[in-house]
Write a protein that binds this ligand. Structure first.
Ligand code: B12
Length: 292
């Protein structure tokens, strides 16, 4: 929205008069409950700006909303809810520092029948990759990106409450990144996927010193599998020593993955598996098996 807006007011029903209206007026004009329109704003479905504590929306945006086909749950080829349209809304809210709006996007996805781990991977992961692209293009500042990743972690924490499973767990999986690798969201996201599959997951996050990572796994034995993730290319020089030490000290299978593992020409000890995608990482760790 640009800055050339006249003051709010005018005839909401006919959507004529001033270019911008407040939410009360917008909801009357649309024939929707005030809270529904508010949710549209917070989730990014309806563009709006705030002036002296009041949300203002353009009449042209209200007309565009009315013309939109009603598609509350979009479904993909296999009948799963599709999240692509929501990713854009999530990016907008993340970059605006609007945590409540970001959570609205997530909760709407959950309410439409999406499972929590799909939300993690397809929504939060995809949105953060887009944030990275905007940062790379100079369209988002480092502060924007930092704020977005803090919110993303908080969303994962909140969404994680939806994936807890009752009963005995299938085994312990430990995830983390080697020293020097500062990206912690990849393991946080995979944590939810594995918990949904019934594993007890210990996520050590980013930048874990080799000795401490290995000692933690050794202390938790028996461990079903260990996942080590590298995101920045070239991968941390501590990756190979970590993998070697892990293989030497613990029996659990080790899976290495993440964006940097896929692209790098890694020389890893025999028996260590490299995953090429999130789904493959989840499958390999869940199988707890070594694939040579
Ligand atoms: C947030 C962010 C940061 C934050 C991280 C904060 C945090 N606590 O995590 C901070 C500010 C620390 C950061 C730092 C840097 N960053 Co950064 N960052 C990002 C950003 C925007 C999002 C990262 C993210 O969470 N992505 C979402 C995750 C979920 O996506 P994913 O990586 O595909 O993860 C999946 C896979 O890893 C998969 N998976 C597959 N196999 C396996 C196996 C296992 C075991 C596991 C657990 C997971 C797994 O599971 C994940 C979930 O789906 C990305 C953009 C991007 N494309 O990701 C840049 C990005 C990764 N960063 C980048 C860069 C350049 C840096 C810095 C070098 C910047 C700098 N000059 O300082 C430093 C590097 C620091 C370091 N030594 O590691 C580049 C990397 C480019 C490259 N070729 O390596 C990116 C791609 C941005 C860009 N477009 O240029 N960054």
């Amino acid at each position: 929205m640009n800055g050339k807006h006249p003051p709010a007011g005018g005839n909401a029903g006919g959507m004529t008069g001033a270019e911008e209206v407040g939410l009360r007026e917008a909801s009357e004009g649309l024939g929707l409950h005030y809270m529904t329109v508010y949710r549209y704003v917070r989730s990014g479905k309806l563009p709006a700006r705030r002036e002296r504590g009041e949300w203002l929306v353009l009449r042209s945006d209200l007309r565009a909303l009315v013309r939109q086909p009603q598609a509350p749950v979009e479904r993909g080829r296999r009948g799963h809810p599709r999240h692509e349209p929501r990713v854009g809304h999530l990016v907008t809210t993340l970059l605006a520092g609007d945590e409540a709006g970001a959570w609205t996007v997530i909760s709407e996805a959950l309410a439409s029948g999406a499972n929590a781990s799909a939300v993690s991977i397809e929504l939060i992961g995809a949105a953060m990759r887009e944030v990275g692209e905007r940062w790379e293009r100079g369209e988002a500042s480092v502060a924007d990106e930092h704020r977005a990743s803090i919110i993303a972690h908080r969303l994962v924490g909140r969404g994680g409450a939806h994936v807890s499973r009752r009963g005995r767990h299938r085994g312990i999986i430990v995830l983390g990144a080697p020293a020097g690798e500062m990206h912690s969201l990849p393991s946080a996201l995979l944590t939810d996927v594995l918990r949904a599959e019934g594993f007890e997951v210990h996520d050590l996050g980013a930048n874990v010193p080799t000795a401490d990572f290995v000692a933690c796994v050794a202390g938790l034995q028996p461990v079903w599998a260990v996942g080590i993730v590298v995101t920045t290319s070239p991968p941390s020089r501590m990756l190979v020593p970590l993998v070697r030490e892990m293989r030497r000290r613990v029996k659990a299978p080790v899976v290495v993955g993440g964006a940097a593992a896929i692209h790098a020409n890694l020389r890893l000890p025999a028996g260590v598996v490299v995953s090429r995608s999130t789904a493959e990482a989840a499958a390999l760790l869940g199988a707890g098996a070594e694939v040579r």
